[in-house]
Design a binder for this molecule. Sequence first.
Ligand code: NAP
Ligand code: BGC
Ligand code: ZN
Length: 354
Amino acid sequence: MDAIAVPAGGGAPALTTMERPTPGPDEALVRVLRVGIDGTDHEILSGEHGEPPAGADRLVLGHEAVGVVAHSNAAGLSPGTVVVPMVRRPPPSGSNQYFERGEPDMAPSGAYVERGIVGAHGYCSSYFTSPAEYLVELPETLAEFGFLVEPASITEKALEHALTTRSAFEWEPESALVLGNGSLGLLSTAMIAQRCDRVYCLGRRDRPDPTIDIIERLGATYIDSRETALAEIPRAYEPMDLVYEATGYAPHAFETIEALAPNGVGALVGVPGDHAFEIDGGDLHRALVMENKALVGSVNSGRPHFERAIETLSSLPDWLFDALVTTVAPVESFADAFVNTDETIKTAIEFETP
Ligand code: NAP
Ligand code: BGC
Ligand code: ZN
């Protein structure tokens, strides 16, 4: 079968031929339809993140997949069912309390592998196998854009964790700011616009730009980070009840505190590279304490977040998917899915037409 793999330590992705996997007794065989590519895949190519399975010299990419059950040894999944696989699996040393509780997303480093990212092959292949407990059923109507479920689940988890920190008192977010107009930032802007009256999205692009068009079509306001620093946003626009950080630009994580309204919360999902910089720690510490602010980091997602993401995606307008997904590359032209132009937002590789 076809597979797209990257050498250990990073490099160009290559199309290779691998043997089709045989499902174990509790596993289903899944035929892959499409696999989305995100910032993390680019970090793997550049060698900043990622690791092949133990003993392998390359990693099959892909953690945002949608496929169809081809053969089910696993109870409860009929052939033909459209599914999205979760990312984390137990480490080679065996299962642990996080997996047993159904909370793989809360496992610390070393207590999991991530398919297509760290220690396990991903889903960029014609077929993959998986225990049914890591496959989430999807309505057929979402098959075409089902690779957006995993990124949407990242946002569902981060929002759940952030909003839960505000559950001890009467609080409803009305204003929200998303930092970053990459594919995750834009998808999150759409998701947050369903909950908050006023939504802003920060980028660093000149008009005309397709991401700004999406932001405005969602009824949100575009803020250019080159014109307005985060600390100025409360005066220039308004203080934000909720901030969602999806740039991976480390200073923004801390500047978020200055953009927040009293009692507000910042959810941090962007993953920075090495980045040392100076901040006024005293000012930020004071603002956190004296204004009851919170910052919450969040990584990965569990089954409830995938299920909620499916509901949320079902309620988003069709035009958004068409605008967000700028490239669907057939497997023979998979390299197109790794090209970034001014027009590129979200790309995917197609193994089989949904
Ligand atoms: P992406 O495509 O690289 O998007 C990042 C966006 O942030 C880009 O559009 C970039 O703008 C913008 N940006 C960067 N620095 C900025 C600045 N100083 N001011 C304004 N905008 C800035 O990545 P993605 O796939 O959307 O993912 C977003 C982040 O989330 C990444 O760091 C990724 O690693 C992380 N992530 C985390 C999780 C998790 O579980 N925590 C899951 C998925 C992704 P330009 O395009 O104009 O350069
Ligand atoms: C994936 C998450 C993963 C994280 C860290 C993200 O791109 O979507 O599932 O936990 O990277 O590796
Ligand atoms: Zn991802």
